[in-house]
Design a protein around this ligand. Sequence first.
Ligand SMILES: *Cc1c(COP(=O)(O)O)cnc(C)c1O
Length: 383
Amino acid sequence: MADAGLTDIGRASKAQGMTGPTPKPWIMDIAPYIPGKSKTDDGRVVAKLSSNENPLGTSDQARAAFLSHAGDLERYPDAGATALREALAAAHGLDPARIIYGTGSDEVLHLAAGAFAGSGDEIIFMNYGFAVYEIAARRVGATPVIVPDADYATDVDAVLAHVTDKTRVVFIANPNNPTGTYCARAEIARLHAGLPSHVLLVLDHAYAEYLTPEEDDGGLELAKTASNVLVTRTFSKIYGLASERVGWGYASAAIIDAMHRIRAPFSFSIAAHAAAIAAVADTQFVAQSRDHNIHWRAWFAAEIAKLGNAGLRAIPSKANFQLVIFEGAISAETAYHGLMDRGYIVRWLPGQGLGHGLRITIGTEAETRGVIAALRDITGADA
Ligand SMILES: *Cc1c(COP(=O)(O)O)cnc(C)c1O
């Protein structure tokens, strides 16, 4: 299937024999990002557990702030995102001048690759790392260098062993998506200490708010003082604002200055800006979301352990999802379709080398109990 890597529009233009401008070869080497499904094949949804969204929704204050800006649709947002930077700086003890922001933290990841790497350079990330890293590397013509994992987790020694004089950026998600695995503070410090200072260490903290204070990996502290560390954060996960596309990052003034030069002049909307500020202030909603996740993630993992004789194994997770590996008679693909038939949408990632696993977001209590009941049914555990 020579067309397997093509998008629908790519196939259509090829079928019509269209000629036109030639994309750069490194662009055509990019496998497009495949988002989580939001509908089952028959359109019926019991639970969407495929995109790591917050099952508790959004803070009421954030929603109210968003709604209060319905009259501002014709206005451009503040290009400097000043009020949000100040709110984030106050909440985390940061210098507001050193905060970058973008259309989701995805844009901030692209800015990091674009400002610091190009053709002939190498960008390192883990096997089973976040899918955007490879796209960000290839987009700028850099060579992706994929480091072997240690039972799905980040292996600091393996990362360091892959650094060459061509390495420009290392992307580490902590906790990682799609595995949920995590590197403790000492490991992150060891990784940073082992990297040459010309290599930018990007610590992607999309799930950092799900960690307890004791589990903090020290990334923001490092970014305050190190000359080569960028931490990225998002409002899409615990803050429940995925639709609003608000992301940010923190690094040295020199790193932030370089990234500002290539970002889009305007990113998220006025309403999104206000919602994000209110979301930062609603610490109670964040704490409630974290507590919910810790409780139901532990329950979910314990239930998967009971399905161990059917070959199911939960990879230890610090995020708001659980990677379940299928090593028995029931394949991940069979379970994926079985869950879909029962209205549960989860993430099957054969394109990322995880054809043998399912990534399942921790949902509401009813969704979490429901997906376990469906898995027991599919594996015949209750027969
Ligand atoms: C969800 C996610 C992001 C980014 O999401 P945005 O919605 O673009 O802010 C970044 N990194 C990881 C690892 C994620 O899972």
